[in-house]
Design a protein around this ligand. Structure first.
Ligand code: NAD
Ligand code: ZN
Ligand code: ZN
Length: 345
């Protein structure tokens, strides 16, 4: 089968012929419906080799959904053809965090080992080998080609919002910086779960238009005027929650100025910049956190929200042989929503 692989650090990924994996006991082979192209892949493709070696090549794609193709010996609970979404951060399943479903924070050495990110093969191929059935969530009537981004863009945004729910009652304000794949999801999740006024901030007017269609009350172009506007609509206090889905120096500075005393400043973007922290900034007792992905129970909740029609992702489909082009477009900010690779058409 064809697979879109990271072959060498800081080199473009390539299509390679690889064997179709054979599921061993406990494993499941998935026929890939959709594999989302996440901005984290761009960070990965552009980064130097990590300090602890990750074996190359491996197949990209950590945002996957498809249909059960083949069950390894002893596997039960799923039937051939079942539509499923794949939980991405594969943990050990045995540590305390994993046993609570938070495999994103697996305590085993090296932490979670997601397919498509850290040496294990991901979903940008016709088939994906999933090591355990606990990583499979039934999709019901949802189409895997459309649902795939729920498992990262959806789950990461959901987890980031959910941990701040006590701050987001009626009359509160939530700011979403970066209205791309994750941002679009975060806005809809805020709309579905909270009474907050939702402010989207982006450098692109097109992304802000889309953000309003997905439920943002305001769309602001990134910069000092956006800070002033957030102060205005919050009576000078700042927002209860600011999600920075970009996390470069200017957005972190903006986030610190937009957040309020006792608020949450949540860094989701994988920028390499640093947030200056001192007595004055961020505001007093504003908690800063950088959450990673989400838990298995949360993914079940995200799928339920999508099944209820409360969240949906704008997707643009690309065949496997156009995966490189999808990443180029993402790099240039030309994807509205999520590019999803569809290896099986
Ligand atoms: P994306 O490319 O789809 O969206 C990024 C958005 O940010 C775009 O709309 C872009 O116009 C906007 N943007 C860029 N610079 C900006 C600025 N200065 N001010 C305001 N907006 C700006 O990316 P994505 O797939 O949504 O990913 C967003 C970030 O989240 C990436 O850094 C990615 O690596 C990270 N991520 C983190 C986790 C996690 O677990 N923490 C999970 C998935 C993705
Ligand atoms: Zn991702
Ligand atoms: Zn673990």
């Amino acid at each position: 089968m064809k697979a879109f692989q990271l072959v060498e650090w800081q080199q473009p990924a390539q299509l390679h012929d690889v064997p179709v994996p054979e599921p061993r006991p406990g494993q499941v082979l998935i026929k890939v419906g959709g594999a989302g192209a996440c901005h984290s892949d761009l960070h990965l493709l552009e980064a130097p080799a990590p300090p602890n070696p990750v074996p190359l090549p491996f197949t990209l794609g950590h945002e996957n959904a498809g249909w059960v193709e083949k069950l390894g010996p002893g596997v039960s609970g799923f039937a051939i053809g079942d539509p499923v979404i794949v939980y991405g951060p594969w943990g050990c399943g045995l540590c305390m965090n994993c046993r609570q479903g938070m495999e994103n924070y697996c305590q085993a050495p090296g932490g979670a080992q997601p397919g498509g990110l850290r040496g294990n093969d991901g979903g940008m191929a016709e088939y994906l080998l999933v090591p355990f059935t606990r990583f499979l969530i039934p999709l019901g009537s949802l189409d895997p080609r459309v649902a795939a981004p729920l498992t990262d863009a959806g789950l990461t945004s959901y987890h980031a919002v959910k941990r701040s729910l006590p701050l987001l009652g009626a009359g509160s304000t939530a700011v979403v910086i970066g209205a791309g794949g994750l941002g679009q999801m975060a806005i809809q999740i805020l709309r579905a779960l909270t009474g907050a006024t939702i402010v989207a901030v982006d450098t692109s007017a097109d992304k802000l238009e889309m953000a309003k269609k997905f439920g943002a009350d305001e769309g602001l172009i990134s910069g000092d005027d956006a800070v002033r506007r957030v102060k205005d609509i919050t009576g000078g206090q700042g927002a209860e929650v600011v999600l920075d889905l970009v996390a470069v120096t200017p957005t972190l500075a903006m986030a610190a100025q937009m957040a309020r005393v006792l608020g949450h400043l949540t860094i989701v973007g994988v920028g390499t910049s640093t947030l200056p922290v001192n007595f004055q900034s961020p505001p007093h007792e504003c908690a800063v956190a950088a959450p990673f992905w989400g838990s298995i129970p949360e993914l079940i909740e995200v799928v339920a929200l999508a099944q209820a029609g409360k969240i949906s992702m704008l997707v643009e489909h690309f065949p496997l042989d156009r995966a490189a082009e999808a990443y180029q477009l993402l790099h240039h900010g030309k994807i509205n929503g999520r590019a999803v690779i569809t290896p099986n058409g």
